[in-house]
Design a protein around this ligand. Structure first.
Ligand SMILES: Nc1nc2c(c(=O)[nH]1)N[C@H]1C(S)=C(S)[C@@H](COP(=O)(O)O)O[C@H]1N2
Ligand SMILES: [Mo]
Length: 198
């Protein structure tokens, strides 16, 4: 199985492949539990906690500036996929419409279906991070997080929450689903931050 789908990175691709990762051209689906089905017109990103409460619906999201980015994704289960193209709203584009309280330092991301993951705002509010609704020019498939998922390319892809529904701003770090179940709090693939020590 492994040999059929995964290959050792060749020299030119090696510099883009973090340690302990093998390249794949497939796009494996990894979801804990069933995929929630949310119609686009029902998608909402709610904002609460240490921010002025607000929400963005599908029409509002589509009226924002749209960005297409190509980046590499790295999964903690040792596969990487290069040159994946997403279209959506950058996190700073959405965050320009959010008023944070000065004490806010972290965000806990909530999803339809109950998944959560945590980020410091410094890892969240970066121009390479997208709320993506399109994958390779086509609507994001349900199993990959459609209608809307986060893409956080500089960290392992468990941080890239599928079916995102909310942003809870906090003045401290609060672990999300996998972080409470043994994954590293931050997940930098270049440092192999796979699992936590506590
Ligand atoms: N809502 C939600 N988002 C999620 C997950 C999940 O189970 N639920 N799994 C995470 C994990 S562990 C991985 S590896 C990636 C997988 O994304 P993919 O299925 O598009 O490959 O989604 C992440 N985002
Ligand atoms: Mo994962």
């Amino acid at each position: 199985m492994f040999g059929k789908f995964f290959k050792k990175p060749s020299d030119d691709l090696a510099s883009r492949t973090p340690p302990g990762q093998a390249l794949t051209e497939r796009f494996p689906v990894l979801t804990y539990g069933p995929s929630p089905r949310v119609e686009p017109e029902n998608v909402r990103i709610r904002v609460w906690g240490l921010a002025t409460e607000t929400a963005f619906d599908w029409n509002e999201l589509n009226a924002m500036s749209q960005t297409t980015l190509t980046n590499d994704i790295h999964c903690v289960t040792h596969w990487s996929k290069l040159d994946v193209t997403w279209t959506g709203i950058t996190v700073p584009e959405l965050m320009s419409r959010v008023t944070l309280q000065p004490a806010a330092t972290h965000v806990l991301i909530h999803c339809y279906g109950g998944y959560t993951t945590n980020l410091p705002i410094s890892d969240f509010n970066r121009p390479e991070n997208l709320f993506a609704h399109t994958l390779e020019g086509a609507p994001l498939p349900l199993e990959h997080g459609g209608p809307l998922r986060l893409v956080i390319p500089h960290l392992y892809i468990w941080k890239s929450a599928k079916w995102v529904s909310g942003l809870e701003f906090l003045d401290h770090d609060e672990r999300g689903f996998w972080e409470r179940n043994g994954y590293h709090d931050r997940g930098d693939p270049w440092k192999q931050e796979r699992y936590s020590d506590d």
